[in-house]
Design a protein around this ligand. Structure first.
Ligand SMILES: Nc1ncnc2c1ncn2[C@@H]1O[C@H](COP(=O)(O)OP(=O)(O)O)[C@@H](O)[C@H]1O
Ligand code: SF4
Ligand SMILES: [Mg+2]
Length: 422
């Protein structure tokens, strides 16, 4: 095996939360956004590796960490075996030549006050011209720089280059701007391109062409891509291997063809079943099981997908707030709501880790105890199976769950899955 071009080992990136409200809500606990929470993958030279997942699962944070825009909280990043987790300014400068980021928003990536030709000339003045053996040659010759910009424009299909050199970003289409961004990236002769949703903001009509263009560049310049997208169809077209992300973790990873043919993780299955039909006239809405993506400040216990998982087991991570979610769900049904009014209102229930409790004050806790037991039993299934005990402690009704089973990524039929079913 050759050494991977990039290795990411157990990367964690947490952001501070400055909202007093959230702090209070969590009782001053670990109020940090767990944007990336233990992610491991590697990319071989010449490969296209995809990170795929819904908005907010941590894809862009990984991208930004790789180019030094965000600091890793812990974990390691290795580029050609060299530790670049916390680069000093000199290492970072060199790293930025070798790893380049293409953003979703080409417009924001370009200065409106500078012609696109000048934007690239500027990069070449700072980093030098690419030399014959991958080295960089500093030059004061403006002619040589302009020549090099023309060559790069020609490479990315902005022809004739002299015509585009003096254009401002505002005068170009979305596709042309994304090509300028590609030109600026290529001017540095990078080895790894991190493309963060590069076509998401382009018109449908030019997306496919842009993806093909990225593949042409890859072949021509022997590039390696980390390709980030929320769109499974795009990932299928682009990627050799993919990692499916959910709330800061990779839940399934392997060859794209293997995963598309036979997804194993319930989340991957749900995503694949929700692939929108590629018909621009028809707006298909992605339907995922139960509920919204939970908050990354306080990720669900055990498997983070458990509140939405159609295959969930008793050991997957049931906790106090799932009781509150269950009550909320039941109260949406008028018939149940009436019968179960006694258990509520929901805001009187409090979740604390594995425990849900309701302070009854002067009211007799007995009937509420009976009712919550019945609700849990009736709801049946895995959640009820996870209850350790329901009890009355003084004036408080308490529901307590057993701790979840340990969840670790496992090999299963040619890919890695993080799910207790395997
Ligand atoms: N600078 C930041 N400060 C606080 N939270 C952040 C910051 N950047 C991203 N986040 C949060 O981290 C999580 C992951 O975000 P992001 O990496 O942008 O996801 P994606 O690119 O998959 O949509 C989200 O909950 C987002 O709100
Ligand atoms: S561990 Fe597997 S079965 Fe359990 S909730 Fe997660 S995805 Fe579903
Ligand atoms: Mg993003």
């Amino acid at each position: 095996m050759t050494e991977p071009l990039l290795e990411v080992r157990d990367l964690k990136v947490y952001f501070p939360v400055f909202s007093g409200f959230v702090q209070r809500l969590l009782g001053g606990g670990d109020a940090r956004v767990h944007a990336v929470d233990g992610v491991t993958f590697s990319i071989a030279e010449g490969e296209v590796f995809g990170l795929v997942g819904e908005s907010g699962c941590g894809k862009s944070t990984i991208a930004k960490t790789l180019v030094g825009l965000v600091r890793a909280t812990s974990g390691r990043l290795l580029f050609r075996g060299e530790d670049v987790t916390r680069p000093d300014p000199k290492t970072l400068f060199r790293l930025r030549e070798r790893i380049q980021l293409i953003y979703q928003d080409a417009h924001a990536a370009l200065s409106p006050a500078m012609t696109v030709g000048e934007a690239i000339a500027d990069v070449l003045r700072t980093h030098g011209l690419p030399g014959p053996s991958g080295n960089r040659v500093q030059t004061k010759s403006e002619d040589a720089i302009r020549e090099a910009v023309y060559r790069t424009f020609d490479d990315v299909g902005l022809r004739p280059p002299a015509f585009y050199y003096n254009k401002y970003p505002d005068e170009l289409s979305g596709g042309q701007k994304q090509r300028v961004v590609a030109a600026r990236v290529l001017a540095l002769r990078p080895q790894l391109i991190v493309a963060d949703e590069p076509v998401a903001m382009l018109d449908m009509s030019v997306r496919a062409r842009m993806l093909e263009f990225l593949m042409e560049l890859k072949a021509k310049y022997h590039l390696t891509y980390l390709f980030i997208t929320h769109d499974l169809a795009t990932a299928k077209f682009m990627c050799d291997r993919i990692g499916i992300m959910y709330l800061g973790r990779i839940v399934e990873m392997g060859r794209a063809s293997t995963i598309y043919a036979d997804p194993k993780h319930p989340y991957t299955k749900a995503l694949l079943e929700a692939i929108p039909i590629p018909d621009p006239e028809r707006k298909t809405k992605k339907i995922l099981p139960r509920g919204e993506v939970p908050n990354a400040v306080w990720p669900p216990a055990g498997c983070r997908f458990h509140p939405r998982c159609p295959a969930v087991l008793a050991s997957c991570g049931w906790e106090g707030r799932d009781v509150i979610a269950l009550l909320e769900e039941r109260w949406l049904s008028p018939e149940l709501a009436e019968r179960e009014a006694l258990a509520g209102p929901v805001k009187e229930w409090e979740a604390d880790g594995l425990i849900a409790r309701r302070q009854m004050g002067k009211t007799d806790p007995g009937p509420v105890y009976d009712l919550i037991r019945r609700i849990l039993l009736e709801s049946g299934g895995p959640m009820a199976g996870a209850v350790r005990k329901v009890s009355i402690e003084g004036t408080v009704v308490v529901v307590e769950f057993r701790p979840p089973d340990l969840l670790v990524p496992k090999e299963a039929e040619g890919r890695v899955v993080e799910c207790l079913l395997y």
